[in-house]
Design a binder for this molecule. Sequence first.
Ligand code: RP5
Length: 171
Amino acid sequence: MSNPVIGIIMGSQSDLKVMKEAAEFLDEIKIPFELTVVSAHRTPKRMMDYASSARGRGLKVIIAGAGGAAHLPGMVASLTSLPVIGVPIKSSNSIDGWDSVLSILQMPSGVPVATVALNGAKNAGILAAQIIGVTDKSIAKKLDHYKASLQRKVEESFKEIEDKGWRKAST
Ligand code: RP5
């Protein structure tokens, strides 16, 4: 795999501090991706071109992040049949983040966006990798290792607490 199979887009460069977590995960697991800024409001034609050419360019999943009146993920989902994962971002124009969450989450029937938590770009990267892993065994294996590492971390944390003399749970 060397051509990008995942597209990471965001409404503004100011979203990069959050969206880079998706890119970092994909780098870690070695899935090729492309990353750029596409604004639904400021560059609508670019958004339409990006979404409508995505499948033809070999992309399999799109991760789209936006804040405030976060229309990018939903509009991109309306223009492609690729799965779109939406990342609501608490941006400078967000009231409290709920505006971004609801703008991405509350899609009309027929046009789904898989919405992750506020600023949840890492989970978007993991979910995109899991979608690729449905048909790519080597990616699926790496994800199994990743999940096992999460389990190990929790096991280490409770052993550390118990070693400090806190009472052991019965399970
Ligand atoms: C949204 O407006 C962007 O996705 C960003 O989260 C927010 C603020 O953009 P800037 O004013 O920082 O460019 O469209």
